[in-house]
Design a protein around this ligand. Structure first.
Ligand code: SF4
Ligand code: SF4
Ligand code: SF4
Length: 249
């Protein structure tokens, strides 16, 4: 049986998701034995348009990103979003809060016309995404699980329950009891409650669960005399692209 041909692409992002693939170390050789990587923006110089599966890192933040994404989507049979930038827009969406023109002016001054930036969006605003590998950066084990599932034709399992579940299983002290804030009530688990376990509030880098219990988040804030505005900074860090009334999450 021929090996599936895989392209790994980077749009606007820091390259950290691709780096996590390279950091798979021991597992990397097994992975390379099972798939044929024909394009890897961060790792190989050869480029090929002959791929079945495209793993796409980064958001669409420039016209060039959009052209590349459209090109990839015409070729790939399966599109996998990898990381927060690609799946939910991530930190690149902070630009949208200023407006594209203002952001260009702030960063590039009188050279702003050289920049082809557009409003930042996650890739599924433009193309159909089949699977998502969440996080900033994603867990290496999850990257491997998703690729393995694709090879054997299984649907990868990505948790759809909140970070609080993992956090409570670990017996962590709640960040609110430490005088901090946290979005674990509504955020998608799968990271092993990485941040609360390190005494830092969850900022929803894996996005939100499909049917978030917004009332539970509000009740938690009320219990600690906090308002939605007190967590808007956390919300916006990765999720400013989310189309929603931000007053209600
Ligand atoms: S999701 Fe995080 S690690 Fe991945 S490209 Fe975006 S900023 Fe970098
Ligand atoms: S709110 Fe945050 S710190 Fe508290 S239990 Fe949930 S995930 Fe853990
Ligand atoms: S705890 Fe929240 S912010 Fe931290 S890695 Fe997990 S989902 Fe991302």
């Amino acid at each position: 049986m021929s090996k599936p041909k895989v392209g790994i692409f980077g749009l606007t992002g820091c390259g950290g998701c691709q780096l996590e693939i390279l950091n798979l170390e021991d597992q990397l050789l097994d992975l390379f034995a099972a798939i044929d990587i024909v394009h890897f923006t961060e790792a190989i110089t050869e480029h090929s348009d002959n791929y079945d599966i495209a793993l796409i890192e980064g958001s669409v933040a420039t016209k060039h990103d959009l052209e590349r994404l459209e090109h990839i989507s015409k070729i790939a049979k399966v599109i996998v979003s990898i990381g927060a930038c690609s799946g939910i827009g991530g930190v690149n969406c902070l630009k949208n809060l200023y407006g594209v023109e203002k952001a260009k002016e702030l960063v590039y001054g009188d050279k702003k016309e050289w920049i082809d930036a557009i409003e930042t969006k996650p890739i599924d605003e433009y193309v159909k995404v089949d699977y998502y590998i969440r996080g900033c950066p994603p867990n290496r084990s999850e990257i491997v699980d998703v690729i393995r599932s694709l090879i054997v034709g299984k649907i990868p399992e990505i948790p759809n329950y909140p970070v609080c579940v993992e956090c409570k299983r670990l017996g962590n002290t709640c960040m609110y009891d430490l005088g901090k804030t946290c979005m674990g009530v509504v955020s998608r688990a799968g990271c092993g409650a990485r941040c609360p376990s390190a005494k830092s509030g969850c900022e929803a880098c894996r996005g939100f669960i499909d049917d978030p219990n917004v009332n539970a988040q509000k009740d938690l804030l009320a219990k600690y005399n906090l308002k939605i505005e007190d967590i808007m900074g956390m919300f916006n860090l990765y999720n400013a692209c989310k189309k929603t009334d931000r007053k209600t999450i």
